[in-house]
Design a protein around this ligand. Sequence first.
Ligand SMILES: *[C@@H]1O[C@H](CO)[C@@H](O)[C@H](O)[C@H]1NC(C)=O
Ligand SMILES: *[C@@H]1O[C@H](CO)[C@@H](O)[C@H](O)[C@H]1NC(C)=O
Length: 303
Amino acid sequence: MWPLVAVLLLGTVCGGSAQLTFNSTRIVEKTICNETVILPCIVSNLELRKLKAMYVKWKHKGKEIFTFDGVDNKFNSSDDFKSATIAFSHLTEGNASLQLKASDAVPGNYTCEVTESNREGEIIVELRYHMVSWFHPKENILIVIFPILAILLFWGQFGIVTLKYKSNCTSEKTIGLIIAGLFLTVVVIVGAVLFVPGEYSVKNASGLGLIVIPTVTLVVLQYCLFTTAFGMTLFAIGILILQFLGYILAVIGLSLCITECSPTQGPLMISGLGIIALAELLGLVYMKFVASNQKTIPPSRSN
Ligand SMILES: *[C@@H]1O[C@H](CO)[C@@H](O)[C@H](O)[C@H]1NC(C)=O
Ligand SMILES: *[C@@H]1O[C@H](CO)[C@@H](O)[C@H](O)[C@H]1NC(C)=O
């Protein structure tokens, strides 16, 4: 009886100490922005620290996807996980983290099994998919609101000019302004629909381009409205310059954001769009002000 107990006891004790333990996180997240994914697997109590004594096996849904055999110094990755690899130079420090292309890294549970001589251990790492919006929700709102506001203000200016300065508005001018204004309105609305909050994609990026790039039309339209109404004044020129600078900022911001999965220059682009809308507002207020100070409608200069 006694020898048996002793053997059992010894077995438990040795079995316990023969386990490799891990100190890496068990849940990792990937987003649309990860090009490579690392599934952490870090052994904290390696003793021999020799590649020859090590064997690593990674499994996904019970199927082997990657193995490394230290004796032959050979590794093998399965067909679905061709990109899988580990940093062999870090293996003797206990780092058996699996590195793979994001496209191979399907979410789910992965098992990392490490053997060092007669000791072994395993850890399950869960890979989760995490949706991230391209821009922050607040930025999304401003990116859509500012251009739409600016367009509404343009239509307000158009209303003032066609009502107060009827005699200056030839029908060609009016039709031209309507066509350009409608075109801009439609393009920006299409852009806003494509841009709807979501992950970074070609669709989102084209939407953003359609929102930002055509806003230069507002500068031209505002110029046309000023000249139709009362000609260029210093104040009108100032407003147009401000609006054009806003456009430059917005386009610089756009070019810095459009290829970035996690853009950092959103605020620059948004300030540009804000300035464009502000200049449109100033233009409207100014036109209203001038229009209400003019008792008689000045005769048309152009014809
Ligand atoms: C994905 O990328 C982020 C940011 O670069 C990183 O913190 C994260 O660990 C990556 N996810 C995985 C699973 O590698
Ligand atoms: C483990 O190796 C991976 C690369 O395979 C590396 O990204 C990670 O930082 C390493 N971790 C530690 C703790 O050294």
